[in-house]
Design a protein around this ligand. Structure first.
Ligand SMILES: C[S@@+](CC[C@H](N)C(=O)[O-])C[C@H]1O[C@@H](n2cnc3c(N)ncnc32)[C@H](O)[C@@H]1O
Length: 287
């Protein structure tokens, strides 16, 4: 949900967020990822000492500060919430982290060795354009590590039930794979995180309810109700496989192709088109 003015949320939810993770797994992330999952994804992406990392939609940069501390990477975090970045800067202390307040797209030019987008792919309706930009910001052989909510777009009735549905844009797996390929990004790892993320959603609901009076005093009763409603929906959708949470690492192996050019994977995925062979030549015909 929208938390552009971040400080009240960070303070009011802190106790519940700590309670929603196993001991040692909360590192001020604003998401369902555990510290162990963040660490594993960063390792798979090649984050290490001296490696340049761009963290898109970093929030208060719990994951970013964590990996900078663990690996000694060169870190830039970007988020459009000035209040989230203010908290990130303050909590980074002496860590060599840099931050920018900026709405994405556009993406800072780079090039970077690693681009991260943790738990925020769903906020972008046009994922194809975003992936093209991510690819341009990467070095050749650089890696893009992200999580995504995989599934058919929300129906009208689902949108009505989900608070701030204008920030929830699901995408079928095939569409993301097509966009990655077109952006010159080859998938190196793909892991289904649905069960562990559903567990964090459930524990968060319990923790919000246990601490309801204090949380409502900090962010208001309506915001608390929206938080609980959203977490219940995510839990239900993850349990029923309406949505899957998938963590990816993709490597830049070639420059992005213009969005207008269609790959064979895309042609296969596009039910509207058929490839016909006439006189040994292939043509695209609309059904
Ligand atoms: C769910 S939080 C995730 C924060 C962080 N990545 C983490 O895992 O802890 C989503 C963040 O994305 C930011 N955000 C959403 N859309 C954005 C955009 N278009 N440009 C920049 N920041 C954006 C929000 O302000 C918020 O801080």
């Amino acid at each position: 949900m929208k938390q552009d003015e971040r400080a009240p949320f960070v303070h009011a939810l802190e106790r519940a967020r700590v309670a929603a993770y196993a001991p040692g797994e909360f590192v001020e992330q604003e998401s369902f990822m555990s510290a162990g999952e963040i660490l594993a994804l960063a390792c798979q992406a090649g984050v290490a000492s001296g490696v340049s990392v761009l963290d898109l939609c970093c929030g208060v940069a719990g994951p970013g500060r964590f990996i900078t501390r663990e690996f000694g990477c060169r870190y830039l975090g970007v988020d459009f919430s000035a209040s989230a970045i203010e908290i990130a800067r303050e909590r980074a202390g002496d860590l060599p982290c840099r931050f920018e307040v900026s709405r994405i797209p556009p993406i800072p030019q780079g090039p970077f060795d690693v681009v991260l987008l943790l738990e925020t792919m769903l906020a972008f309706p046009d994922k194809d354009a975003l992936l093209q930009e991510v690819s341009r910001a990467l070095t050749s052989g650089g890696r893009f590590a992200f999580t995504m909510e995989e599934g058919l777009p929300l129906t009208e009735s689902e949108r009505k039930r989900m608070p701030d549905a204008d920030t929830v844009w699901l995408s079928p797996l095939e569409d993301i794979l097509t966009s990655l390929e077109r952006a010159g990004l080859a998938v190196r790892c793909q892991e289904d995180r649905s069960p562990s993320h559903r567990a964090v959603a459930d524990l968060s609901i319990d923790a919000f309810e246990a601490d309801a009076a204090d949380i409502a005093a900090g962010i208001g009763r309506r915001a608390l109700e929206d938080l609980v409603t959203a977490h219940r929906l995510w839990s239900y959708w993850l349990q029923t496989r309406r949505v899957r949470k998938i963590a990816f690492v993709a490597e830049k192996t070639e420059p992005p192709r213009a969005s207008g050019l269609r790959s064979m994977r895309q042609l296969r995925a596009d039910q509207q088109d058929v490839v016909v062979s006439v006189g040994g030549r292939h043509h695209l015909r609309r059904r």
